[in-house]
Design a protein around this ligand. Structure first.
Ligand code: HAM
Length: 429
């Protein structure tokens, strides 16, 4: 079969019918866990004003500088396909007055867009499920968020496949002092910096720490670390969070140089990374933290906030490796074949009655006028385990024949009422 000349954009994937059952199962589990913690769902546009992202994620970040899908629309406005969910979520909550002096637990799901170099686990269109909590100053909220993420992994059967890395960035003052120290340090090594890093030196020196340039790694490793500038409150809160994780038996690795690619974080930040090599270099499945200044930056009254987002493509790739999840439950399939015009006409009402009584089953109704042989070929291909046959005989006796397609059992005629019970008894519902 030759490929059509029109194909999907590089880094943007179709999720095909054989792949969607695992997506649906994951989405159901995530939604159930969120509900059990009191979260409500929000849906907001994929397209927003560009300024929303530059003001929240940070003008001098890889995402805003290099990765956004931005264009000017017919009105001359600069618009951007959302590269992440936090900014749009907070914008929507602010716009509708839903976080003014209030506490909120919110979740969302949807596609995000970043013009990164595609590779395994890194796409230009990918899907995130994210949560944002507003109005909680106490670090108990950081603990609840992490405990909820741990519960998700447990429910999905992948808790042993992930490691929690956690760090603290300190408050605004610690971050400012850290930045000053970085400017001093990198200025002394100006000749070793690449062009990107020189440009970032005075605008956002923290971002030099994200550099992927291998020549800069030793220099970055020796740079001043946030640890030396942390304020006592952030240190106490961080230690308190760790001790709560200990009591919950949630293992973690403190990572003092955990850099998140977005500017809005302060205090606690964390990532869940895959232990195995399944995801290649892109092994972060979930990332998040506190962002107590963002609401104010976006024009709201100051309010506390934290959250995390999970990359669904990475999560599902990890789960597909996991034996426990290979058996996604799909409904048992039943194929209804008919012979002759009378049977064909009656079959419509019969299959609808069966659907009324047996909503857990999947009924394939043969549509058209094929021979019984060709109908059975279709039944076999459909994956059905049971065939129902309606022909002149059955019409005369007011019965329907049931035939097991994958088991060696005799075929039997049943009245419609009996058939419903037999089908119920032979399928788990
Ligand atoms: P992020 O770390 O940029 O954080 O993205 C969260 C997750 O999205 C990553 O851990 C990864 O699993 C997935 N992801 C990111 N980029 C790609 C990509 N190109 N291809 C596939 N998956 C990707 C955020 O977006 C923050 N908004 C999280 C947050 C919510 N912080 C507070 N609240």
């Amino acid at each position: 079969m030759s490929k059509p000349d029109l194909q999907a954009i590089r880094g943007m994937n179709d999720i095909l019918p054989h792949e969607t059952p695992i997506w649906q199962s994951v989405e159901t589990i995530l939604c159930e866990v969120f509900k059990s913690y009191g979260y409500e769902e929000i849906r907001f546009p994929i397209l927003e004003k560009t300024e929303l992202f530059s003001r929240s994620i940070g003008e001098i970040t890889d995402i805003v500088e290099k990765e956004m899908y931005t264009f000017t629309d017919r009105n001359g406005d600069s618009l951007t396909l959302r590269p992440e969910g936090t900014a749009g979520c907070i914008r929507a909550l602010l716009e509708h007055g839903l976080i003014y002096k209030q506490e909120r637990r919110i979740w969302y799901e949807g596609p995000m867009f970043r013009h990164e170099r595609p590779q395994k686990g890194r796409y230009r269109e990918f899907h995130q499920v994210g949560v944002e909590v507003i109005g909680f100053e106490d670090p108990s909220m950081d603990v609840e968020l992490i405990a909820m993420s741990a519960r998700l992994w447990h429910k999905l059967g992948i808790e042993s496949a992930l490691t929690l890395e956690i760090g603290t960035l300190g408050n605004f003052v610690s971050r400012t002092k850290h930045k000053e120290a970085l400017v001093d340090y990198f200025t002394k090594h100006l000749s070793d910096l690449d062009e990107d890093s020189r440009r970032r030196l005075h605008t956002n020196p923290l971002r030099i720490l994200d550099s992927k340039n291998p020549k800069l790694i030793p220099l970055i490793q020796a740079a001043p670390q946030i640890q030396s500038f942390l304020d006592p409150v952030s240190i106490d809160e961080f230690n308190w969070i760790l001790s709560r994780l200990d009591t919950l038996n949630i293992a973690y690795r403190v990572n003092p140089s955990l850099v998140r690619g977005l500017d809005y974080y302060s205090k606690t930040v964390f990532e869940w990374t895959a232990k195995t090599k399944t995801l290649g270099a892109q092994n972060t499945v979930c990332g998040g933290g506190r962002y107590d200044k963002l609401i104010e930056q976006l024009g709201g009254e100051p309010n506390f906030a934290a959250g995390f987002a999970i990359g669904l493509e990475r999560l599902i790739a990890l789960m597909e490796e996991n034996i426990k999840f290979k058996t996604v439950r799909t409904p048992a399939k039943v194929f209804l074949a008919s012979i002759g015009i009378d049977a064909r006409l009656k079959s419509f009402a019969i299959v609808e009655t069966l659907r009324d009584h047996l909503p857990h089953l999947c009924f394939y109704h043969y549509l058209g006028e094929g021979s019984l042989k060709s109908q059975f070929k279709k039944a076999d291909k459909s994956g059905a385990t049971i065939a129902l046959i309606l022909g002149p005989d059955e019409i005369a006796n007011q019965k329907i024949t049931l035939k097991f397609l994958r088991e060696d059992k005799p075929q039997v005629q049943h009245s419609l009422n009996d058939l419903i019970e037999v089908l119920r008894g032979n399928t788990d519902g």
